[in-house]
Design a protein around this ligand. Structure first.
Ligand code: TK8
Length: 351
């Protein structure tokens, strides 16, 4: 081989090694932070994994979170972000954070009710009349009490981020009334209250992790699902779903979580920075979510979906059918929690 060719070959080999090295470290992160790497950079590795993709408001929130930490604690932390359930779905990452095998995650509150049953209050259908009221209640003392309850389970809940009001989509028919829902196979989050709600509506609900949902719709294992507009649009559900009904039947948050042990090991000043970054990023997520909710409903139509807006009377038919879920679940969630959240909703609605 001539010298020229040899050099070219070497360059190619090096480039491929570098490239595959990057790709594989992105796709298959180590189960634990690499201590050698951490020692080399002198930074503490904080991996945060979520189920949604890189264009979703939650991921944009994580970027903001990382930015704030990098700015205020330069050189101290290596914040690594993982999207698309790369380190597991909501249930798995939360378990991993509890066990100390992962540093942070941002699951929906709903799959956490197996750990903290009181969080189920957010799953009660039609609990919050608007996002503003949801923010005020969650960010207020009653919401904070629920985050505090997570601590005895090894989890520190830093803040409520926006997931949002959930809307029904399906591939079978336009839905305007509970009768139209009858018999539809609907994927729900792994949560008994969602299961009960969709049973009350006459659907055939199936709990399933979010990461399996797209394929389930594509293969018609399920007819439909429910999620907020940004998730429906940004996860390209229009490719596998034809109808959206703006049911807004429940508002569920994402919760930014860090392991309690890890949290306790951080210096107090760093805790303050982390906490503030979680709030700043929360505000960013809410702003972006609002913009996306406003603009993406029209985009769903452009993508070929039929978007159905319910009249107040049509919406009431849904609300009436699911009312018994409150009686069935109030004791199971904890009556004092349900009462205090309901009282807060009333109080902030009156203002
Ligand atoms: C992403 C989930 C998702 C949730 C769901 O991991 O499961 O439907 O709405 O946002 O948390």
């Amino acid at each position: 081989m001539s010298k020229k060719w040899f050099v070219l070959a070497m360059v190619l080999v090096m480039a491929t090694t570098l490239l595959t090295g990057c790709l594989s470290s992105e796709k298959k992160p180590e189960a634990k932070p690499d201590p050698a790497k951490a020692a080399a950079t002198g930074k503490k590795v904080i991996r945060i994994s979520i189920g949604l993709n890189e264009v979703h408001p939650e991921y944009l929130g994580l970027k903001k979170f990382k930015e704030e930490i990098d700015k205020k604690l330069p050189g101290k932390y290596d914040i690594q972000l993982y999207a698309n359930a790369q380190l597991g779905d909501d249930v798995k990452t939360t378990e991993a954070v509890r066990m100390g095998n992962l540093e942070m995650t941002g699951p929906s509150s709903s799959p956490l009710t197996g750990i903290v049953k009181e969080l189920g209050v957010f799953d009660l259908p039609f609990l919050f009349p608007s996002t503003e009221i949801a923010y005020k209640v969650m960010d207020g003392p009653a919401g904070q009490q629920l985050l505090d309850k997570m601590e005895e389970k090894g989890l520190k809940g830093l803040a409520y981020w926006e997931n949002g009001f959930r809307h029904l989509t399906n591939s079978a028919r336009e839905v305007k009334s509970p009768e139209d829902v009858k018999g539809l196979k609907i994927r729900v989050m792994q949560n008994p209250i969602h299961l009960a709600t969709w049973k009350a509506l006459g659907a055939n609900p199936t709990p399933m992790p979010f990461s399996e949902l797209f394929t389930a719709m594509q293969q018609k294992t399920v007819d439909g699902q429910e999620n907020p507009i940004p998730t429906i649009y940004l996860s390209k559900y229009s490719e596998v779903q034809k109808f959206v009904t703006l049911t807004g039947h429940v508002y569920t948050p994402h919760i930014l979580i860090i392991g309690k042990k890890l949290w306790d090991s951080l210096p107090k000043e760093d805790q303050k920075v982390f906490q503030q970054a979680a709030y700043d990023a929360r505000d960013h997520v809410r702003k972006v979510s609002k913009e996306m909710n406003d603009s993406q409903t029209a985009k769903l139509k452009e993508a070929g979906m039929t978007v159905t807006v319910l009249t107040p009377a049509q919406l009431k038919a849904f609300q009436d059918v699911v009312k018994p879920v409150y009686d069935e679940y109030t004791e199971k969630i904890g009556k004092s929690t349900v009462d205090s959240i309901l009282a807060e909703v009333k109080k902030v609605s009156a203002k």
